[in-house]
Design a protein around this ligand. Structure first.
Ligand code: NAD
Length: 355
């Protein structure tokens, strides 16, 4: 991806974190795995804008150099193209490791489940070894997938629920992978005294989401921007909670800094929207962005898919009590920022991936 001649897209990629109060009191050296992905690149922005030194690690299986474009030449930034399934040594002190490498996408689970599992197990173990060698604090980006199928138990889900996961479902590689990664963290904490934090992340959206990963937000936004029909899977009653990316980054940073070691912690938006409501939210944002050029789109219903959770809603009382964390960004505001980004990318023909 080349530089946009007038710099406008690069400017657009600068997120709105600049206004935030710095949460760190001193400069740190922070490793971020999965740094070129959706969540990782926003975390890198957050850390770099506060003057920290970042070691970004990614094998670019689903991530993009473009997501790190702002920092490539920065003196506080270094990028290692590395697969976390292989051991890694880093010279010098490291304060924190945010281990985000991995995928949350059903599409990826269907294409290469073995890689997803080995990244969860071998990748997490290698990065825990790195934390052990560097004496760094370690945060794992786990997932609500660790709870398994939500229809069979209480919704919203709190950390007290121990899970209902199949070893053989379509999402098993991700769900069981995250469970074993969590267990590895606790094994390293107990056996090797590594300080670990575990974030169970619920559906998150925002600029830089991958188009080809099969998630509903990028699909709906592109369909609406292009005036194509929305494809709703099932009868439209499936619901999702949608957290904006800046709220998640806030939570990950707060958890990393906190003294809480009691177990995994949920991060998500405590509001559910069904798919029809989500098409309406997307339409509202696209109408604002497109102005006179907006064309309304219809909905096509497709058959439900096996193992797709019908609902997924977090209980985030623990994060509120322990960190004082709660989501701040309203869904309409987050959707507008996301649609603006997708529209800018579409205009520059920079939309990547299989659609
Ligand atoms: P993403 O696909 O955008 O980013 C993942 C990054 O990890 C990519 O840059 C990819 O190239 C890299 N990666 C994958 N395997 C790797 C390997 N073996 N070695 C090195 N790098 C590797 O996904 P995301 O949405 O940014 O998710 C980040 C993390 O958060 C993942 O662990 C995911 O499971 C978790 N999570 C995300 C969500 C969400 O809604 N985005 C929800 C639950 C959990």
């Amino acid at each position: 991806f080349g530089e946009n001649p007038d710099g406008s897209l690069k400017e657009h990629l600068k997120s709105s974190y600049e206004d935030w109060l710095p949460p760190y009191s001193r400069r740190m050296r922070v490793v971020v795995t999965g740094a070129a992905g959706f969540v990782g690149s926003h975390l890198v922005d957050f850390l770099m804008k506060r003057g920290h030194s970042v070691v970004a690690i990614d094998n670019f299986s689903t991530g993009y150099h473009m997501n790190l474009l702002n920092w490539m030449d920065h003196k506080n930034f270094v990028l290692y193209t590395h697969d976390v399934r292989l051991p890694l040594k880093i010279e010098g002190a490291v304060d924190q490791i945010f281990h985000l490498a991995g995928s949350a996408s059903l599409q990826d689970c269907m294409i290469d489940p073995t890689s997803i599992l080995t990244t969860c197990f071998q990748g997490t173990m290698n990065m825990l070894e790195l934390a052990r060698n560097c004496n760094a604090r370690f945060l794992l980006a786990s997932s609500c997938g660790a709870y398994g199928f939500p229809l069979w138990h209480r919704n919203p889900q709190s950390e007290n629920f121990l899970g209902s996961v199949k070893t053989f479902g379509r999402r098993a590689c991700h769900d069981e992978g995250k469970r074993v990664a969590e267990s590895l963290c606790y094994a390293y904490a107990k056996q090797h005294k590594v300080e670990v934090r575990i974030a169970r992340i619920f559906n998150t959206f925002g600029p830089r989401m991958r188009i080809g990963d099969g998630r509903v937000i990028p699909i709906f936004i592109l369909q609406c921007l292009r005036g194509e029909c929305f494809t709703v899977i099932g009868d439209g009653n499936t619901s999702r909670s949608l957290m904006y990316i800046s709220d998640l980054i806030d939570g990950l940073v707060e958890l990393m800094l906190s003294d809480y070691t009691g177990g995994p912690m949920n991060f998500g938006k405590e509001e559910e929207y069904n798919l029809i409501e989500i098409t309406e939210i997307v339409t509202k944002a696209v109408r604002k962005v497109r102005g006179d050029k907006f064309r309304p789109t219809k909905i096509t219903f497709l058959p439900s898919r096996k193992d797709d959770p019908m609902m997924r809603n977090p209980d985030c009382a623990l994060a509120r009590e322990q960190l004082g964390w709660s989501t701040k960004v309203d869904i309409d505001q987050g959707m507008l920022e996301t649609v603006e980004w997708f529209a800018a990318m579409e205009k520059e023909n920079w939309l990547y991936d299989v659609e």
